[in-house]
Write a protein that binds this ligand. Sequence first.
Ligand code: AMP
Length: 540
Amino acid sequence: MMMNIPLTLSAMVEHAEKYFSKKEIVSRTASGITRLTYGESGKRIRRLSSALTMLGMKQGDRIGTFAWNHHRHLEAYFGIPGIGGILHTINIRLSPNHISYIINHAKDKALLIDAELLPLIEKVKDELTTVEAFIIMTDEKTLPETTIENVYHYEQLIEQADDRFELLTNIDENAPAGMCYTSATTGNPKGVVYTHRAIVLHCMALGLADSAAISESDVAMPVVPMFHVNAWGLPFAALWFGTTQVLPGPMVTPTILAELIEQEGVTITGGVPTIWMALLKELDTGKYDTSSLRAVLCGGAAAPKGMIRAFESKHKIPFIHAYGMTETSPLVTFSRLKSYQSDLEEEDRLEVRSKQGYVVPGVDMKVMGPNGDVKWDGKEMGELLLRGNWVADEYYQDERTDEAFRDGWLHTGDVVTIDEEGSIKIVDRTKDLIKSGGEWISSVDIENALMTHNSVFEASVVAIPHDEWQERPIACVVLKDEMKGKVTKEELLAFLKPQFVKWWIPDDIVFMDEIPKTSVGKFLKRALREQLKKQMNTTT
Ligand code: AMP
C-alpha cells in the first residue's frame, strides 16, 4: 500500500513558496503592470484567507469572483480554497438575470469584484439574497462611489490580516474547491463543482509532455478568462510548477497581447480562436518579436486550418488545437501528430492537427451512434461521451443533471467522427447553442422571445460561420399571413434589444415562407443552415 495524502490547492501554495519564491507573476491591472514573486504572492494568499476568516467565512462557503485575469484574482484562486471555501468564478459576460441567478443559486456569501466591473454588480444588487460582503479589488487607495452596502477594500482588508495564516491542507481531497456555471440550451446556467483532487490531477495533466507541457521554465500567459473554466487550469498549474505567469488584465487588445508576448518573453499562451484571429492581424504588421513563443493553445471552438497555417508558416509560432468543456475542467483532447505520422505531407498534417485530437491520459472517451459505438473510420458520426477524474458527474443542485450524466458518462452534446488513430473531429452539436467569440448564445431563448412578437408565426435561430467571432446568430422568421410585408427586420431587432445583452442580438433576420421541420415537427436546423448558406452564396 502507499501513503494517501490529500491532493489540495493549499499544498500547491506551500510548494510554490518553498521552491519558487523568487519566480514572478506579472499582472496587468487598470493602472499598469505589477510584479510579484511567488514568495510575496504566497503571503498575500494567506492574508486573503485570514481576512476572509475574519469576515466570518467558513469551510464550505461559496465566495464569488467577478474579475479579469490579474494577481488579485490569482490570490482568490488559492485564498478561497485555502479556508476550505469554494471559489465561484462568475462569467462577467452573462446577462444581469443570469448573473444574479448564479450568485443566488450558488448562495455566494461574499463577492470579490474588480472596481471597473462594479457597475454590473450594482445593476443586480437588489436581487442578491445571500451576499454579506462585497470586496472591491482596485489599485486605488479609496473605494469607488457605490450604493452597495457592506463594501470592503481588498488591499485594506488583507493589510490587516495575517501573512502566516495556516492554509487548510488536511481536508478531504474530494471536497469542493471551485465552481463555474455553463450556459444551458435554454433557461438558467448550470453549475459545475470542481474538487481539490480533480484540480490537482488536471494540473498534472497540463504538465504532460504531450499535452501543454507546462514547466518551471515557461512564461505562461492565460488569455482565456479566469472566469471561464479557471482559465483552463493554467493559473493553478503555473503556480504549482513555479512557472512565471503573465496575467493580461482588463480589456485586452491584440496590441496589448503582442506587447506582453514580446516584453515578457511569453512561451505559452491559451485562448479561443477569436483572440488568435485578432492577434494574427496584429502580428502581420511585423512589429513584434514573438520568437519566445513555443505554443499557442487554442480551444473552446474549432481552430480553422488557415489560422494554424498562418501562425506556423508565416510567424513560425507552434500552434496547438485542444478541446474541452466546463464540465471537464476542461482538458480532454490535444491534437498532436503521433511520432509515426511525422512523414505525412504538409496538407495531411494540417488536416490531422485541425481535428480536435485524441484524449489525454486520464480521460476516457467513446462515441455513440444510433446503433451503439461508432466505427473508428473518420466517417460515422455519434455523440461524444466522456469520463475521467476531472470530469463532473452532476450539475450543482440541478435537475438537468439526468440529461447529461447517464450510465457513468458525460454526454457532451458534441457530435463527432473518430478516425483509426482515435482522433475526434467535431462535426455538429446537439445542444441548441451558438458559440460566438468563445461565449454561448441560446438560440432557443431568442426564438422564444421572437415568437412573443405579435407578427411572428414562428422563428428559428441558427449559427452561421463568421470570420471574427466563429459563429453568429441569424434568425429565420415566418410572419403571420396577415402581417406579411407589414413588419421590418429592424422592428424585430429593436424588439429583441431590451431583452438580451448586446452580443446576443442576431446579426440578421431572414424572412421565410416556411421553416424546415423534422417528422415530429422540430426545427430542422441543419437543413436551415444549409438553406441559409445557399441563400447567402447566391446573394454575394
Ligand atoms: P465551454 O463549456 O463553454 O468551455 O464549451 C465547451 C464546448 O465548446 C464543447 O462542448 C464544444 O461544443 C465546444 N468546443 C470546445 N473546444 C472546441 C474545439 N477545439 N473545437 C470545436 N468546439 C469546441
